[in-house]
Every structure is written in C-alpha cells, then in structure tokens.
Design a protein around this ligand. Structure first.
Ligand SMILES: NC(=O)c1ccc[n+]([C@@H]2O[C@H](COP(=O)([O-])OP(=O)(O)OC[C@H]3O[C@@H](n4cnc5c(N)ncnc54)[C@H](OP(=O)(O)O)[C@@H]3O)[C@@H](O)[C@H]2O)c1
Length: 273
C-alpha cells in the first residue's frame, strides 16, 4: 500500500467501463484520483462515490480527441501544485466498419483518443515525472497484438500504443519513470465489449474489469513491461502469429472472431455512433 498511499493518479476514460474500476481500486489503495473523460455528470458521480468512501478525487472534463486542448488543461492542474505520480492512459474508442466506410474524421478521432492523447499526456507530464518519479500504464488491447478485421483503425492504434510503450521503456531506462502496457482480451461486466451485447468466442473467453485492475497494480508494483489479460494460452498463440501470420489468421478465423466482428459492423450500423 505504501507505494500507492497519497500518490496522485490521473486516469483517462474514468467516466465508465474499466476506468471506473481502476479509479476506485487505486483510491481504495490510498491514491488521490484525477479523473478525465468528457461526461461531466458521470465523472462527478465517480468522484462523489470515492469521496463517500473516504477517498480523494477530482475531475477534468476533457475531450481527448482535441489534442490541443490537453496541454492547457494539464498545465493548469500542474500549476495548481498537483504532482502526478501515476498516469493511466485508459480512454479508448472503437468503431466496427469496413475500412472504406469510415470518414477521415472518424479515423482521426480514433487515432487521437487511443494513441495521440496518451503520447501527448506523457509528453506534457514527463518533465515533472522525471523530477519526482512516476509510473505510466497504457491500456492497449489484444487487438493490438493480432489485427481485428473491421476494427482495423482500433487495432492500428493499439498496436501503435504497444510499440510506443516498448520504445519509451527503453528511452526511460535508468530514469525514475516506469512505463508498462496492459493488453486485455474481451472484458465482461463493464466496458465496450459488454456494451456490444456480443458473446465472446468460447476459446477466447472473457476476463473481468478487476483482472485489468490487477494488471495495472502489478505493473506499478513490479515495473512490468507488458501484461496480457486473458485466461487462454495467448502467448503461444501470439508467438505462432509472429512465425506465421497466415496460420494465425486461420486460427483466429476458426475461433469465430471475424464472424463476430461482422456482426458488430451490422449492429453498429443500426446504432450509428
Ligand atoms: N472492454 C473491453 O473488452 C476491452 C478489451 C480490450 C481493451 N480495452 C481497452 O480498455 C480501455 C477502456 O475501455 P472500456 O471497455 O472501459 O471502454 P468504455 O466503457 O467505452 O469507456 C471508454 C472511456 O473512454 C472515455 N472516452 C471516450 N472518448 C473520449 C474522448 N474523446 N475524450 C475523453 N475520454 C473519452 C469515455 O468517457 P466519455 O464518453 O465520458 O468521454 C469512457 O470513460 C480502452 O482503452 C479499451 O480499448 C477494453
């Protein structure tokens, strides 16, 4: 607990889904929470809940797709004397489409929220973190380890987030700042997969939001490079993908991932986001 007590954790995407679990769990461990997302009411409810449990939480309503609005918001936080010890880049969006059916703006938005915003937040906070020490945990996805058909922009951003973390870990070697990446598979109970009302392919199964929280905690406690959150034999499967992407396509196809993605394209057509 010592490692978390009285530390300030900035968590993006904390208005709903997995982010609320991360915020509440870190608050329970003694962290002071700064929650970021667009939905002010949900952020306010989260902070109230944390305060009611004896914790400390505040929020910044911010649209992370507006990259140039991030620096002024974070600077005013830091100017207020707030030191950020943990940056949890959790906000993420996805849209299931055939590539030709995305607009250029939709593509930019996904890239901004999932990849550019974590890089920008880190760029702004890094000088402070290098002085005081800190941990950055990026929430990527198994979809960044193996591409997901009809969710290709999401996959590209998550793969980018994984590789950017890899580069930064080496860049930050021998500094007091640690950086890790968490790659969840399908998550039950809360979040974007749960909201899709789809059934996960049986061989891939689901994990819970608390499994993602455990991964985040372990990353901070043990300075882990990468944690995969999935109950299946994911590492051997991913290794096969490195050796033979076509064989991995066949395995993923047999698992029914492509069919499920197609169903999500159809489902999203009727609830156009
Ligand atoms: N759920 C899964 O099965 C799963 C699997 C693998 C990886 N992940 C990853 O886990 C992370 C959390 O996902 P989740 O399932 O909890 O998703 P979610 O329930 O859809 O929540 C997404 C969060 O991101 C915030 N967000 C979205 N657009 C934003 C924007 N423009 N500016 C600021 N905040 C924004 C949302 O808040 P507002 O709408 O209030 O802005 C919300 O708090 C994501 O990075 C996701 O890719 C999830």
């Amino acid at each position: 607990m010592q490692i978390f007590n009285d530390k300030v954790a900035l968590i993006t995407g904390a208005s709903r889904g997995i982010g609320t679990y991360i915020a509440k769990s870190l608050a329970k461990r003694g962290c002071r929470i700064v929650a970021i997302a667009r939905d002010k009411d949900k952020l306010s409810t989260l902070c109230q809940e944390i305060e009611n449990q004896g914790g400390n939480a505040s929020y910044i309503p911010l649209d992370l797709s507006e990259i140039h609005s991030i620096e002024p918001a974070i600077n005013s936080l830091v100017d207020d004397g707030k030191r950020i010890d943990f940056l949890i880049n959790n906000a993420g969006i996805e849209q299931y489409r055939h590539l030709q059916n995305y607009t250029a703006d939709q593509i930019s938005k996904i890239i901004n929220v999932n990849l550019h915003a974590p890089i920008e937040l880190t760029r702004i906070l890094l000088p402070y973190m290098l002085e005081n020490g800190g941990n950055i945990v990026n929430i990527a996805s198994l979809g960044g380890k193996k591409g997901i058909a009809f969710n290709s922009i999401y996959s590209a951003t998550k793969s980018g987030l994984i590789m950017w973390t890899d580069a930064m870990r080496q860049e930050l070697n021998k500094t007091s700042v640690n950086i890790s990446v968490v790659c969840p598979g399908f998550i039950s109970e809360a979040g974007m997969f749960k909201d899709s009302n789809m059934e996960a392919p049986r061989l891939l199964g689901t994990s819970s939001p608390l499994d993602v929280v455990d991964a985040v905690i372990k990353c901070i406690e043990k300075n882990l490079a990468e944690v995969i959150v999935n109950k299946g034999p994911m590492k051997p499967l991913l290794s096969i993908g490195q050796l033979s992407p076509l064989l991995a396509d066949r395995i993923v196809g047999m698992m029914g991932v492509r069919e499920m993605s197609l169903r999500r394209v159809e489902a999203e057509k009727s609830t156009l986001k």
